[in-house]
Ligand binder design. Structure first.
Ligand SMILES: [Zn+2]
Length: 258
């Protein structure tokens, strides 16, 4: 496997929001990492796989205290949390952030089993059983078999309705279970901005993972349909507006006979 020139790419979305991502991670596991600049503190919403240091890669963005938010605790979203001294997670997954499941410690799809990979393929991901989750190595000598999710400090445990205040911006916690029990979004009423995690993104949605619940997912989608959304910055794939959000929700609800 070749060595990557650099592990993270980034795009400035606005004065306050920068998107980072890992181009050498396969699409299934390539999460959006959102840096949100605040007056008092910054947020790093999700942190990627933890294969290479996010803290180092984003050093120039970080000039004040930063809280690493976990929209949920799947490997592709919390791999870098251990680098941050303050981490925020929903109550339902707080224990998983501090004590990641050993089953997540692999970069090979085959370790999840053929049935699981078939489910991902059915959902719409073109992944193969013999595939690795990365397409390049982060540096010379990286041992692809040594991958494991490092425990992170669960500093702030939040619930539905809690407010994450970064000085000039206030985000309300929306509990959006279904993809996983502690999936959550951050919602800023003032600007109609939603960070949706993996509850909704413009790609194949996953509601049959080992910790998913379809009934909860349906309820979360119905809840999101009521929000006066302007822009959704999701856990994967490009951002979108209200019209696309409603298309994605309606397609999901139809697929699940709602
Ligand atoms: Zn996920």
């Amino acid at each position: 496997m070749r060595i990557a020139d650099r592990w993270f790419e980034r795009r400035v979305i606005s004065d306050e929001i920068t998107l980072l991502w890992e181009p050498h991670v396969v699409p299934l596991m390539r999460c959006n990492i959102w840096h949100v600049r605040g007056k008092k503190r910054d947020l790093m919403i999700d942190t990627g796989m933890g294969i290479s240091s996010l803290l180092e890669a984003a050093q120039d963005l970080l000039d004040k205290p930063v809280t690493a938010v976990a929209t949920h605790t799947h490997t592709d979203h919390v791999g870098g949390h251990h680098e941050f001294s303050q981490c925020l997670v929903h109550r339902a997954e707080a224990a998983k952030l501090t004590d990641p499941p050993a089953g997540d410690n692999t970069l090979f799809l085959s370790d999840f089993g053929a049935k699981y990979v078939e489910m991902l393929q059915r959902a719409g991901y073109p992944c193969k059983l013999d595939e690795a989750l990365i397409t390049s190595l982060p540096y010379e000598g990286y041992d692809i078999h040594s991958f494991h999710v490092k425990p992170a400090p669960t500093t702030f445990v939040v619930d539905e309705g809690d407010v994450v205040d970064i000085g000039n911006r206030q985000f309300e916690v929306l509990h959006l279970p279904g993809h996983s029990p502690g999936s959550m979004g951050l919602w800023e009423q003032k600007t109609g901005t939603l960070f949706s995690g993996d509850c909704v993104y413009d790609g194949p949605l996953l509601d049959e993972l080992s910790d998913s619940n379809i009934g909860d997912y349906i309820a979360s989608m119905k809840k999101l349909r009521e929000l006066p959304v302007q822009i959704v910055h999701a856990g994967h794939d490009p951002s979108f507006g209200k019209e696309r959000l409603h298309e994605l929700i309606d397609a999901y609800l139809k697929r699940r006979d709602q």
